[in-house]
Design a protein around this ligand. Structure first.
Ligand code: ATP
Length: 397
């Protein structure tokens, strides 16, 4: 994935999607602020964000289903901005599978080929059904299949057109949680096997992180941060990203000193250490930093055992106010002088029976697991890369 200022080195093969200054307004309302984004050929790219953030509008502009107010869409070297959807080398899979109910699965998949006047479709259709593991179901009608199977038919029906980019608009939204998880892995396998560019729109952070190589987190019509799932999770640059992908605890702190690649911060009368490389806030003495730490990185020790905590760890004292046992872990809420509802997830290996609401505790963690945000600037506007896509030109149903 390339950022706005780094589009020139993007490969311009057939499956790159490049958006330059693409934006959309409805009257005085801006649904998508002008953005530059490159999705390299062959990648699995996710547009992630809450309802109304502009992700579907962005996808539809790539598909040609929505006319941009500004900017251009390139697929590979081709400027497709003025092309209607059916002339773009893209196919779209929607949440509603839009299969033909009166046709069997074989004929649903064969539809795109037949429409182009191709007579001998058997081999290609069988290959596609094999790819989505529905070879046995070829002669069934859509209503005889499960939701997940129907969605796989929709994917096969799109892929048989050999799009350069496959666009997926909340394709798993109608499935129950267990099926969604199965289908996430299935879609990832299919994408790896066919090797074409997938652009996937979802509001589900787990789904985006499971499948995508690169995730663009959108907020209020802007791409707020773009990166690999691990990078976004470990190094969020805004509070929005830090909270949209998982949970984060925040402590307001002030720079005390900086040396040897580390910052020492003052927070609530104590000191915390932050690696300089994980800080995006100013480092001048007195500068305000929002210190972040994920709940699973923190250990909880009863105050009576505080002496056993190794040197060199960040530590905060507090009192447990809530404890929820969820099997794999216990989720504690701790009231501390620097944060009233600190969340801590402790794996249920050797449970300390004293860790119950009311207990005085010390929270401690490896300073390497701390990240720092600019307290004054939590929104990072307009950071984008580029991409290549193919949408399903035929919208059936
Ligand atoms: P969802 O997940 O709910 O579909 P989204 O992030 O995909 O949300 P979009 O569908 O892209 O959001 O819509 C972005 C914003 O643009 C929303 O506030 C929406 O109300 C607005 N919008 C979308 N289409 C239109 C339209 N035709 N006219 C006016 N406003 C629109």
């Amino acid at each position: 994935m390339k950022t706005t200022n780094d589009t020139t080195t993007a490969g311009h093969g057939g499956g790159d999607v490049r958006l330059t200054g693409i934006g959309k307004t409805y009257g005085s309302f801006t649904a998508v602020h002008p953005l530059d984004l490159t999705v390299p050929q062959g990648s699995f790219f996710a547009l992630l964000g809450a309802s109304g953030c502009g992700k579907t509008t962005t996808l539809r502009m790539i598909a040609g289903l929505e006319e941009p107010t500004s900017g251009a869409v390139h697929l590979g070297d081709q400027d497709v901005t003025a092309l209607p959807p059916y002339k773009r080398p893209v196919n779209t899979v929607f949440q509603s599978y839009a299969l033909f109910p009166h046709l069997d699965i074989f004929e649903n998949v064969a539809f795109g080929l037949r429409r182009r006047g191709i007579k001998s479709v058997k081999k290609q259709v069988e290959e596609m059904l094999e790819l989505v593991q529905l070879g046995e179901q070829a002669r069934k009608k859509p209503h005889q299949l499960s939701g997940g199977q129907q969605q796989r038919v929709a994917v096969a029906r799109a892929l048989i057109n050999h799009p350069k980019v496959l666009l997926l608009d909340e394709p798993l939204g109608a499935l129950d949680l267990k099926l969604r998880r199965q289908m996430q892995l299935e879609l990832k396998r299919i994408q790896t096997e066919v090797g074409i560019t997938f652009v996937h729109v979802t509001h589900d952070q787990e789904e985006a992180m499971t499948m995508a190589d690169t995730v663009a987190v959108m907020n209020a019509g802007r791409v707020e941060q773009l990166g690999s799932p691990a990078d976004l999770y470990e190094n969020p640059r805004t509070t929005f990203v830090a909270n949209f992908l998982g949970t984060s605890n925040f402590i307001e702190a002030e720079v005390d000193s900086a040396s040897g690649g580390e910052l020492v911060l003052k927070a609530g009368g104590g000191k915390l250490v932050l690696p300089g490389a994980r800080n995006s806030a100013p480092t001048t003495t007195g500068g305000k930093v929002l210190v972040g730490v994920r709940p699973e990185k923190i250990s909880l020790t009863h105050a009576d055992d505080a002496g056993e905590i190794p040197e060199g760890r960040n530590r905060i004292t507090g009192r447990i106010t809530g404890a929820g046992f969820i099997g794999v872990s216990t989720q504690f809420v701790v009231d501390s002088p620097v944060c009233s509802d600190f969340e801590v997830y402790v794996q249920n290996i050797d449970r300390d029976a004293r860790l119950v609401p009311g207990a005085e505790v010390v929270l401690h963690w490896n300073p390497a697991h701390t990240f720092g945000l600019d307290a004054a600037q939590s929104l990072l506007a307009g950071t984008v890369g580029s991409a290549g896509v193919e949408t399903v030109a035929e919208e059936v149903g």
